[in-house]
Design a protein around this ligand. Structure first.
Ligand SMILES: [Fe+2]
Ligand SMILES: [Fe+2]
Length: 348
């Protein structure tokens, strides 16, 4: 088992047989001075302080639905607290399941790609960053639970965040010979998306300052990871054969949705917890997250990533392009692009 794990590459086959292309400029040379694990203190949750909300209601619109809002402020606050717990748990799982294993493989030279030595060395720093993000998110849940006396609810028997199941479903669609590539692809996707959470929370003074500081610490590290994984994509795509590209390209929109689509299952569980019946839950969820709005928001958050895939030629394949079109990811000019927006914050 250990020997197999040692040898296993993300992209199978001899590295020398694959075209080697791409370029890499490190953003990690000042890592010791910049990384949150080195530079930032443990964030301590010392009560709610001046912040009156645990999570921005705009990012969790079920709380604004009349059938929920009418239940009173305490119910809304409780739901926003649960949403914060879910976000922190999502972060810990994402780092552990989707990013750390891939960065570890890259760091040990087993990506299957011909990456420069200093890119491998930087992958070690990403592993450390992500382990710290997972640790501080988990620690923060414990601190908030003990400070507020409100535990995280609805996790007994839960299958975890919805992205886990969604990624498994995508993986099942790949030929066995290609297993491993999808892990690399999912890491690239999750690390180059721009989520509203990382970009909005640090600036939202309705939230307790330790929450904002914790998310800001994370977002600053993720700015470097974003640039890194964009480079990984630039090495990956030319290294794949045309048939490999045709197999994995159409999975990208599904991966984007896996990370960004609301976790309806968790929301349903929380709504049941406040006493809503099944039909009421369905109504609240469908009216709070109309499908066209969800698609529009995801498309906006993925616009940079979509451009990166277009730049490496991924959309030259007809099936890949049509999967991007069906997901509503191409053909829309977003405000961020018009303004020449430069990404700073991403999902994990
Ligand atoms: Fe990251
Ligand atoms: Fe992270």
């Amino acid at each position: 088992m250990y020997l197999r794990a040692f040898k296993e590459q993300l992209v199978a086959g001899p590295v020398g047989a694959r075209p080697r292309a791409g370029e890499y400029t490190s953003r990690f040379e000042r890592w010791d001075a910049l990384a949150s694990v080195r530079r930032r203190p443990r964030r301590e949750f010392e009560g709610e302080g001046t912040g009156s909300l645990f999570f921005p209601p705009e990012l969790y619109p079920v709380v604004k639905h009349p059938m929920v809002a009418s239940r009173g402020e305490a119910v809304v606050r409780g739901l926003l607290l649960q949403r914060l717990y879910d976000y922190l748990d999502f972060t810990t799982e994402l780092e552990n399941l989707a990013v750390i294993p891939v960065a570890t493989k890259i760091s040990r030279g087993r990506s299957g790609l011909g990456l420069p030595e200093h890119m491998r060395a930087d992958a070690h720093k990403i592993v450390t960053d992500e382990a710290w993000h997972a640790q501080f998110s988990d620690d923060f849940v414990r601190q908030i639970t003990s400070s507020t006396g409100c535990p995280r609810l609805g996790v007994e028997g839960s299958e975890g965040p919805s992205f886990v199941t969604r990624l498994d479903e995508l993986r099942e669609r790949l030929p066995h010979a290609l297993r491993g590539v999808e892990a690399l692809l999912f890491a690239i996707v999750s690390e180059t998306l721009i989520s509203g959470i990382l970009s909005d929370i640090p600036r939202d003074d309705r939230l307790p300052s330790p929450v904002r500081e914790l998310v800001r610490d994370h977002a600053e590290d993720e700015g470097r990871h974003h640039v890194y994984f964009r480079s990984v994509l630039r090495y990956l795509w030319p290294a794949l054969t045309p048939s490999e590209r045709r197999a994995v390209g159409p999975l990208v929109p599904g991966a984007i949705h896996a990370f960004l689509e609301p976790d309806y299952g968790r929301a349903a569980s929380h709504l049941a917890g406040i006493g809503l019946k099944r039909e009421e839950i369905d109504q609240v969820i469908s009216e709070s997250w109309p499908a066209h709005e969800v698609r529009r928001d995801i498309s906006g958050a993925a616009s940079q990533l979509t451009r990166y895939f277009a730049e490496v030629g991924a959309l030259d394949d007809v099936r890949t392009l049509s999967s991007f079109e069906e997901a509503g990811l191409v053909g829309i000019v977003h405000e961020s692009e018009k303004a020449g927006y430069v990404p700073r914050e991403v999902t994990a």
